[in-house]
Design a protein around this ligand. Structure first.
Ligand SMILES: [Zn+2]
Length: 121
């Protein structure tokens, strides 16, 4: 079995409406996103020979999502959520990407250098 991990970064702002601590105030994060794909087979021919999937092809699918919904966006608005926690974001990204990346198995969102959430189905 092979597992591919591709990492991305984006800056986003949000507020957690119901949080009674400091996350209840508008603020931003430098998020790190890891998308993980699994396969037990490799491409037999063509440009991706002996790859599960070309890392560049993964980026071609993920980057437009980041541009449209996450990077320098107010994600309460773009995700239409009153409380877009790291858990919510990881699940949202998984469900957005799965139809576009059928080999996707896990999405990990790092909200800070010490806090991350992994979502899979
Ligand atoms: Zn936050």
């Amino acid at each position: 079995m092979f597992e591919l991990n591709k990492h991305f970064r984006f800056e986003s702002a949000h507020v957690l409406k119901y949080h009674t601590g400091k996350c209840g105030r508008p603020h931003g994060h430098s998020y790190e996103l890891t998308v993980s794909l699994r396969s037990d087979t490799l491409c037999p021919e063509g440009s991706s020979t002996n790859m599960v999937m070309d890392f560049n092809d993964i980026a071609t699918i993920v980057k437009p999502m980041i541009e449209t919904y996450f990077d320098h966006h107010w994600i309460n608005e773009t995700l239409q959520c009153e409380s877009p926690t790291a858990e919510f974001i990881a699940q949202w990204i998984f469900r957005y990407l799965k139809p576009r990346l059928p080999l996707l198995t896990r999405v990990t969102v790092n909200e800070t250098t010490t806090s991350s959430v992994t979502y899979w189905e």
